[in-house]
Design a protein around this ligand. Structure first.
Ligand SMILES: [Zn+2]
Length: 373
């Protein structure tokens, strides 16, 4: 995902990245300008690109503000010349019942186009108030020679195009949410992505014979769908993988009666960074290698009992990977014991999750590619 976008600072506390298709846009605008007028005005062409970038940034800010209100935590947003792809911190997202999720998705999707329509109205009102005739209705409304008119029309185009039912454009998100009411989420997404691919192909080829801007839109929709799909593979791993598939079953434990020096000695012989503390068959605490070291440095030798943390969350073998992630981040701990009938049957650590997540994402992708062939 990172290889196709470059960092461009932060937008309302979220990592802002610009997709490489945005670098093609200046060339594209320059070329269109040149074709129409047999000459091109570089500064005006760049100003038009700036206007489009600002309109997309405003559109995405609308989505992110709404998302925050729904309790979602945006991590990064990648801007394409027409739309953006926001990446959320899924490990902290709350699960919602399908009926609420559908309403939330529709509101979340509509806010972006509404922001652009609002801006178009504002810009048109400002133009009217200035009393200058900027030929707002002269075709094409968006052209480097007329920047005020471009500001109005860029917003209108972005609003209207984002309502196309081409995932991950806003219209496509609504379509996916609608499909997800009757079929499961990942099939709904797959169906929305194939509809989207069909639409982008029609745009790309239709555009070649009519308007080059349509081709550009098709390419952008296609790239955005690819970006989004990768994030979804990650999400489906979080939702569908059970802890029993990734937990470590061969692990070292400590006893509360161990001394810290003994504990460190055991830690040296294990790859684990975190240890469950067990008395008989009862889980009584958790402790990390770092904690043992810090305690030894600060107070010298003592007992594990005194240093371990006694407050910890446990999970069941059927719990999802996503729920384990949420527990880990909520408590900022790095180990979750997996228990069954109050017996410790495995552990999940942050270190082991990171490792298995990337392996699982890769193997699911391979399986899916095979089943598509
Ligand atoms: Zn949008």
């Amino acid at each position: 995902m990172r290889s196709w976008s470059i960092s461009a600072g932060r937008l309302f506390g979220v990592d802002l990245r610009i997709h490489l298709t945005f670098l093609i846009l200046p060339l594209f605008v320059f070329w269109t300008d040149y074709e129409a007028n047999q000459t091109a005005n570089w500064p005006r062409d760049l100003a038009l690109v700036g206007i489009i970038l600002a309109c997309v940034a405003a559109h995405e800010s609308g989505h992110m503000f709404a998302a925050r209100r729904f309790g979602m935590v945006p991590k990064a947003v990648i801007l394409l010349p027409l739309t953006g792809v926001a990446l959320y911190d899924e490990t902290r997202a709350e699960r919602q019942p399908p009926e609420l999720a559908w309403q939330r998705e529709v509101r979340l999707a509509l806010i972006g186009p509404l922001v652009n329509l609002g801006l178009a109205l504002l810009a048109a009102a400002a133009i009217a108030a200035s009393g200058k005739d900027v030929e707002l209705w002269k075709w094409p409304g968006m052209r480097p020679a007329n920047l005020p008119s471009s500001l109005v029309w860029a917003n209108i185009y972005i609003a209207v195009l984002n309502l196309l039912p081409a995932y991950p454009l806003d219209g496509g998100r609504i379509l996916r949410a609608y499909l997800a009411r009757t079929i499961d989420a990942s099939s709904a997404t797959r169906r929305a992505v194939s509809i989207s691919t069909a639409i982008s192909m029609v745009l790309i080829f239709g555009g070649i014979f009519s308007n080059n801007w349509l081709t550009m839109v098709g390419v952008i929709v296609f790239s955005a769908a690819q970006l989004e799909e990768r994030a979804l593979v990650f999400q489906s791993v979080l939702d569908n993988v059970r802890l029993e598939e990734v937990m470590l079953t061969d692990f070292a434990t400590l006893s509360p009666a161990d001394t810290l020096v003994d504990a460190l000695d055991k830690a040296v012989h294990s790859l684990q960074d975190d240890f469950p503390v067990v008395r008989g068959s009862d889980m009584v605490g958790v402790i990390s290698r770092q904690r043992i070291l810090d305690a030894l440095r600060a107070d010298g030798n003592g007992y594990v009992q005194a240093v371990m943390s006694k407050i910890f969350e446990v999970s069941m073998r059927q719990d999802s990977l996503g729920s384990a992630f949420r527990k880990l981040t909520a408590r900022s701990s790095s180990i979750i014991p997996v228990v069954e009938d109050e017996r410790l049957i495995g552990i999940v650590t942050l270190q082991n999750l990171m490792h298995s997540m990337s392996l699982l994402a890769e193997s699911r992708k391979l399986q899916r590619d095979e089943s598509n062939e």
